[in-house]
Design a protein around this ligand. Structure first.
Ligand code: AHR
Length: 492
């Protein structure tokens, strides 16, 4: 039988709510048609879709990264302010070669974050922008007083600064953000970050472009040359079941592909551990946060859609990928300061899909909803002894993480990667003895088939249900996790 031990008295580190962050790029229908409908019959508040905002508020979205992605390093923020009709247009060369009319810019994004009740995370342009441009963007957003940029902000209708804390200094500068070497980028990071000033009481949290997947040399060079000048270092890793040239279908996949995908998702743990170990060498007090600001599945686009728009469906498999990642992030809370799933809406592993006025919540959305209980709770160390699945390479069936919140409620989240069998898990809450009077509740997400998903005809095919298969046994619990499922239990 699988076994989990939760060390209930060894809580030390808080799971930052920012681990549950999101990412929205000017890519396909993420912004336009996703968040932003402008002047439209679709119910909106100042151009922002009400249904989408309400759904994201429900999962307590803590932060939103914008405007990219690759788009960030060719975005010039001054093109996106002032009267909409007068804003210059540009070509979105990375994503479909479409014309970007800049109708969604800084004011619209920060209004969106205000409506969502989340913190903005703005990624600046290092690849093709200037130091002055980034410096002025910070001044425009944050300076409270008389200055060229705050005056311009006032002229555009906003007197008070927004006080944006999170700033990315470029994106993927090893690739689409300028094809730089780590040494060259580290020097540039220091220069751009130097002029991103703190105004008033707004302390900036500056995030350096970090490695792609397992580029450990990038991490080492960055930490060595610029570690003392950064607050966060990003990491990007996507779960791609096949090769980049043929990634595999989001909807039609075999059981072997299910397992390969989940195995690749689990690789996040090795990456976090190994990059974290290099960071520890230079930053033993763990002042620099690891910011996994792009993660999630990446499949072939749905047929008939623009290949540059990265639109893909989302099944129970994606829910498992999300559960596995979030467990890893919770378990490494002492180093991971933030994470952002790519991307919120209509792009890659989206939590929401829209089609005209319709909106559906994906299985991934439900995992974020179930796991929101971990936000700002204290991580509890978890020891997992799992059966190993061997259908297509080896993969532990069970992943888990646990936390205790301010009201002393203990949450345990679990995934069962086994596509065929339910799994029994013996749970020991070390330091707590469960009895017949203990209150245990929970939710579980599963479905008939591994490819089950929600669509616009059947929007609730995959949704959470109450989780009841838990029995008290000699002070602990025996949990029967259905095949292919994600569950969150509450002990109070
Ligand atoms: O999320 C899609 C793209 O993936 C981003 O623009 C880029 O940063 C990454 O390569």
């Amino acid at each position: 039988m699988n076994r989990i031990v939760v060390k209930t008295q060894d809580g030390e580190h808080t799971i930052s709510r920012h681990i549950y962050g999101h990412f929205s790029e000017h890519l396909g229908r993420c912004i336009y048609g996703g968040f932003w409908v402008g002047d439209s019959p679709i119910p909106n508040t100042r151009g922002l879709r009400n249904d989408v905002v309400a759904a994201l508020r429900r999962i307590k979205i803590p932060n939103l990264r914008w405007p990219g992605g690759c788009f960030a390093d060719e975005y010039h923020w001054k093109d996106g302010i002032g009267p909409s009709a007068e804003r210059p247009k540009m070509v979105n060369t990375h994503w479909g070669g479409v014309t970007e009319d800049n109708s969604f810019g800084t004011h619209e994004f920060l209004d969106l974050c205000g409506q969502l009740g989340c913190e903005p995370y703005i990624c600046g342009n290092v690849g093709s922008g200037t130091v002055q441009e980034l410096s002025q963007w910070v001044e425009y957003c944050n300076f409270d007083g008389i200055s060229p940029m705050s005056n311009l902000r006032g002229k555009n209708g906003r007197e008070k600064p927004w006080k944006v804390r999170f700033w990315g200094i470029g994106n993927e500068n090893w690739g689409c953000g300028g094809a730089m070497t780590p040494e060259f980028y580290a020097d540039n990071y220091r220069r751009y970050a130097c002029y991103a000033r703190a105004y008033g009481d707004t302390r900036l949290y500056k995030i350096a472009c970090g490695p792609n997947t397992d580029d450990y040399n990038w991490t080492r060079v960055l930490m060595e040359k610029a570690g003392s000048a950064m607050h966060g270092l990003s990491l990007h890793y996507y779960t791609v079941p096949g090769e980049w040239s043929h990634k595999g279908s989001a909807l039609n996949f075999t059981e072997a592909e299910w397992l390969i995908t989940l195995r690749k998702a689990s690789r996040m743990e090795e990456l976090v551990r190994s990059h974290g170990a290099i960071m520890d060498e230079f930053d033993p007090k763990r002042k620099v946060g690891l910011v996994v600001d792009e993660w999630g599945t990446w499949y072939d686009v749905e047929s008939g859609t623009n290949p540059g728009f990265l639109y893909q469906q989302n099944t129970l498999r994606d829910a498992l990928v999300a559960g596995i990642h979030l467990n890893i992030f919770n378990n490494y809370a002492e180093r991971i300061a933030m994470a952002n799933i790519a991307q919120t809406l209509n792009v890659l592993q989206a939590v929401i899909l829209t089609e005209g006025p319709k909106m559906i919540l994906t299985p991934t959305y439900h995992v974020f909803d179930m796991y929101k209980v971990h936000q700002d709770a204290v991580k509890l160390p978890v020891f997992v002894e799992s059966e190993i699945l061997t259908y297509a390479g080896e993969l532990p069936s069970i992943s888990a993480s646990a936390s205790i919140d301010r009201d002393n409620r203990l949450h345990l989240s679990l995934t069962n990667a086994d596509p065929r069998q339910e799994q029994q898990v013996k749970v020991e809450l070390r330091g707590i003895s469960l009895s017949a009077s203990s209150v245990i509740s929970g939710q579980v997400l599963t479905a008939e088939s591994i490819g089950d998903h929600n669509d616009f005809d059947c929007p609730e095919a995959v949704k959470p249900a109450d989780f009841k298969t838990v029995q008290i046994d000699r002070g602990g619990a025996i949990v029967t996790l259905p095949a292919k499922s994600v569950a969150v239990l509450e002990f109070s």
